[in-house]
Design a protein around this ligand. Sequence first.
Ligand code: 5AD
Ligand code: SF4
Length: 440
Amino acid sequence: MAEGKKLFIKTYGCQMNVYDSERMAEALGAEGYVVTDRAEDADMVLLNTCHIREKASEKVYSDIGRLRPLKQAKPDLKVAVAGCVAQAEGEEILRRAPMVDLVVGPQAYHRLPEMARRVAAGGRALDTDFPAEDKFDHLPKLRSRAAPAAFLTVQEGCDKFCAFCVVPYTRGAEVSRPAARILSEARALVDCGVRELTLLGQNVNAYHGEGEGGTWGLGRLVRALAQIEGLERIRYTTSHPNDMADDLIEAHAEVPQLMPYLHLPVQSGSDRILKAMNRRHTAEQYLRLVERIRAARPDMLLSGDFIVGFPGETEADFDATMQILREVNYGMAYSFKYSARPGTPAAGRTPVDDAVADDRLQRLQAQITAQQRAAQDAMVGREVGVLYEKPGRLDGQLAGKSDHLHAVHVHDPAGRVGELVRVRITAAGPNSLAGERLGG
Ligand code: 5AD
Ligand code: SF4
């Protein structure tokens, strides 16, 4: 085993990639790699890529190009590409970017140590298989450092096939990890100091893992996790409206550890566009679902994703999107201009004029920003839980997330990272809230 080699990882895209990057760092740790945050020092640069939108994928190639001077200065530097671009493009990356030594898809990360050895011996390595074995069983079990808030993948892949989306192709079919494995990983994380877990899955609320007595849904899994002593907060992301089972909605009313924040993308407010997107629900059905969720947990902060400029979108369709944005009163939302992804059903359809789509995106974003500000302002005077995650920018300050996932900083010289405290929100800024710690 070679010692002391340095690994620089750049992570693009979603939280699952953040989780995967940590697991890859651990896997390569077993090969003697130590993570560095300076690409210039690295012996291996690993790009954990995202293919969800065109911009994200193109950025990977330009970032590879930017590594050229480093590689010239250090011919032994290894360049690895992981993630969804690796999965989608595979060999094409090796052809298009001769500098790349290793290409590994998201389902093959447990094979990374062996691939790194092949590359160290001067070869190139490619693996974009979807092996039958659970990669998580083959990745090292414990992380060295435990931040108070951690991610835990419970489900991967997606069977929904929304007409715009590459995920079913890059991450494959839905697979849920067995409940017992998730519970034991969660216990190990809590033993390392983790107090908040975000359960990850491309379609996390479709979780249907093997568990005691049969198949467990996400609601059951959440209830079992809530039994773990020391685990104070549970979140999950990302969810599809059609998979919000009654039991999961009830868990929001009954499990205090389940936080009042839910990312529940609707993408569009127009039934015509929802149908063309193959979302399989109407705006009205979504609104009724939101009502039920809010009945279970009245202070729920909802977050969403929106796509503007989907092929065929008219001004009236866009108005319906603006309408649902206001009606649901999302406290947080992400908006994207549609980009055609190769191999998806919508890719061949006539696009909306680019300038029109840009204009709609701007209008949508202005409304989202206004709503986010209003949601933050509405927190002033309220008492919330805050989990301290890191020191704040000012002396004596700590920064963390509120129950509703707002960034909060608190002047608390006696506080410690990892503490979950009660805080009264005193002010709202553009990106974060300020609060004071309450006694007791
Ligand atoms: N174009 C634009 N946005 C997209 N998303 C997924 N695919 C595309 C695409 N082709 C957005 C959706 C999804 C989020 C993760 O990214 O809103 O919920
Ligand atoms: Fe993509 Fe989400 Fe639709 Fe699955 S449910 S296809 S991940 S947008």
